[in-house]
Design a protein around this ligand. Sequence first.
Ligand SMILES: *[C@@H]1O[C@H](CO)[C@@H](O)[C@H](O)[C@H]1NC(C)=O
Ligand SMILES: *[C@@H]1O[C@H](CO)[C@@H](O)[C@H](O)[C@H]1NC(C)=O
Length: 291
Amino acid sequence: MPRLIHKLIPLFTFLFLFFSLITNAAATTTITQQFKEAPQFYNSPDCPSIDQDEMEPEPDGDNTIFCSEHAVHVAMTLDAAYIRGSMAAILSVLQHTSCPQNIAFHFVASASANASLLRATISSSFPYLKFRVYTFDDSSVSGLISTSIRSALDCPLNYARSYLANILPLCVRRVVYLDSDLVLVDDIAKLAATPLGEKSVLAAPEYCNANFTSYFTPTFWSNPSLSLTFADRRPCYFNTGVMVIDLDRWREGDYTTKIEEWMELQKRMRIYELGFIAAILASFCRRYSAS
Ligand SMILES: *[C@@H]1O[C@H](CO)[C@@H](O)[C@H](O)[C@H]1NC(C)=O
Ligand SMILES: *[C@@H]1O[C@H](CO)[C@@H](O)[C@H](O)[C@H]1NC(C)=O
């Protein structure tokens, strides 16, 4: 039986350096840091041409990449409080790929953020970057968030990753989601090309020494219909900070709704301890058991 969540072997060649950026979850409306301008990065000769496969270039010229199947689509959240991490992540993506001009960045900002300020900050450091900024209506999710032990996890923008299938245009069919606190040291194109097999919805780094007992509350374990979610499974979890998502399959399976359902259940019953990650886990396990 194909596994829904693939073990992502190529990912282990990537080294992620974590910054301690989780300092202040409060909305920041100004950006005080200064960032240098990055140089332009050029494709190597054997990169696929983005322009060639597009029949009708849009008037402003650069738009074609945002729907191109030959582009590597990268999604990240953008927030003034974590902008330093985003800058480092973007630079690391461009520096280590052989086709930097084929990368389309899809940034998701909170609807309450100053999107023009974020856009201007990115543009001034990366004048050649192909990016779009989408707004995420946090109010849609803030009602679903339960107070958890880690307040940073309760920031609505953290949940944007489970709405990517709705936020990004339908023509984007596969995306690499990256948290804004990591640095890539290998070509993101390799990561984006991770085979998902016939059924998998996403690929993410998997950890199999997990002790689920402590992730979920006694309420969860004492309810047979809930705890059976993980019956006969190895106690693996996956890191939602790096995901290769097949957006077509995600949309087809309506995982956004499934995750919302687990979040609603959490609000009512408090079934997990680790915030949102457990909701995603549970959503995919249910799907797996049904297939
Ligand atoms: C957003 O940022 C711009 C600077 O790029 C500033 O001029 C503007 O006043 C800000 N808007 C709000 C609502 O803070
Ligand atoms: C898992 O954690 C629970 C409590 O958090 C503990 O009682 C149990 O012994 C742990 N199991 C393993 C296999 O480490």
